[in-house]
Design a protein around this ligand. Structure first.
Ligand SMILES: NC(=O)c1ccc[n+]([C@@H]2O[C@H](COP(=O)([O-])OP(=O)(O)OC[C@H]3O[C@@H](n4cnc5c(N)ncnc54)[C@H](O)[C@@H]3O)[C@@H](O)[C@H]2O)c1
Length: 373
């Protein structure tokens, strides 16, 4: 199969959908890899690395026009809609439940749109989202530590303390993938860490894997109020699958936090878990509410493209190989997780939540596969 790798053109997006190592794997399996000139530059992969591993470098037009399977990181933006076409399989993050124009563009074009974020295993894991949660979780205490520094508007506190001086207090709300990774790094910095969770089973697991080094507390309104009032850094890491994040931190709770403390709302891509949260960008990452620095960057992994690109391609490559080796129709029959990834096929919306979100007709994947692929 001819696999194209497009350069990301969204502002501040430096990741690329395939590493030179991934290109070599695909070429070794007998596929052709065509990479857009400069696609890997933001992740420190020059064109020469792709060439050295068997890929071809081409123009943007050639990559889009010649590929049978096109790999990207972010969803196509408006200037790319015209490049979508029948016969092309597009594999990328799409998040189209929140993007009606793109949903319609995908359906109108006849492209097969497979979304990283909806690939879902039988035990309800989202394997192509998890690495970005790991990255964002590990970044959160780093960002928090930075904005706690006095010249950055913070309280002027070192999270790790020193001998004879108490460490800072980090409160993580939600102990999933983001929360666990945030806790690991905060512990590494020497902070005193509390995780507020709702699931007892998850808390038992965290107690075991973190060897009792964090305080695990039930996430009630009262507990959130008292823990955040005492914290130097609060990290929002909750998720209710398929829903907007619950507003667990009220405006009053934020007002009750220490002056110069930091709130890093990682859950901002689902709307944020505080009434005071709104999305920010890497260009302008923080704002102040009642003396609390809010860091609410919606695409945190974009700050560390070298790590994020490798983490992402580690998990996408097996699916890319399956689609390339078997073709999309056969690959989804063999792997139900990948089947969940197909959002739009042959002009039909095959992912129910997307159809619902836009009031469009939903067609089960089997119906489309049976008739057209
Ligand atoms: N900003 C970014 O760049 C970025 C990057 C990756 C992920 N995220 C977001 O981070 C959030 C967390 O993702 P994740 O992968 O860790 O999800 P996850 O499903 O692994 O974990 C979410 C956890 O929240 C817990 N939870 C649910 N309701 C709660 C409540 N009321 N109080 C306390 N805990 C509660 C759940 O029990 C679960 O353990 C998501 O919104 C995700 O989209 C953001």
């Amino acid at each position: 199969m001819r696999i194209g790798v497009a350069k990301e053109i969204k502002p501040q997006e430096y990741r690329v959908a395939l590493t030179p190592a991934g290109a070599r794997e695909l070429v070794q399996r007998g596929h052709e890899v065509v990479v857009e000139a400069g696609a890997g530059t933001g992740s420190q992969f020059p064109d020469t690395d792709y060439l050295a591993n068997g890929a071809r470098i081409a123009s943007v037009d050639e990559v889009w026009e010649s590929a049978e399977l096109l790999l990207k990181v972010k969803e196509p933006i408006e200037s790319e809609y015209g490049r979508l076409r029948e016969g092309l399989v597009l594999f990328t993050y799409l998040h189209i439940a929140a993007d009606e124009p793109l949903t319609r563009a995908l359906a109108d074009s006849g492209v097969a749109a497979v979304a990283y974020e909806t690939v879902e295993t039988d035990d309800r894991r989202l394997p192509l989202l998890a690495p970005m949660s790991e990255v964002a979780g590990r970044l959160a205490p780093q960002a928090g530590a930075h904005y706690l520094e006095r010249p950055k508007g913070g309280r002027g506190l070192l999270l790790g303390g020193v001998a004879g001086v108490a460490p800072g207090k980090v409160v993580v709300i939600g102990g999933g993938i983001v929360g666990y990774n945030a806790a690991v790094i905060a512990l590494g910095l020497g902070a005193q860490v509390t995780i507020l969770e709702r699931s007892i089973d998850r808390m038992r697991h965290l107690e075991e894997v973190l060897h009792g080094r964090v305080t695990l507390l039930m996430s009630t309104t009262l507990q959130i109020e008292s823990s955040t009032a005492d914290a130097d850094l609060v990290i929002g890491a909750v998720l209710i699958p398929g829903a907007l994040a619950p507003k667990l931190l009220t405006r009053e709770m934020v007002a009750g936090m220490k002056d110069g403390s930091v709130f890093c709302d990682v859950a901002i891509d689902q709307g944020g878990c505080a009434e005071t949260s709104h999305a920010t960008t890497h260009d302008d990452p923080v704002y102040d509410v009642d003396g609390v620095t809010h860091y609410c960057v919606a695409n945190m992994p974009g700050a560390v493209p070298i790590t994020s690109t490798k983490a992402l391609t580690n998990v996408t490559l097996p699916y890319v190989e399956a689609i390339a080796d078997q073709g999309l129709a056969e690959a989804v029959v063999r792997d139900k997780a990948l089947a969940h990834g197909i959002n739009v096929l042959d002009g039909r919306i095959t992912y129910e939540a997307v159809a619902e979100a836009h009031g469009l007709e939903y067609t089960p994947l089997e119906d489309v596969l049976g008739s057209t692929v």
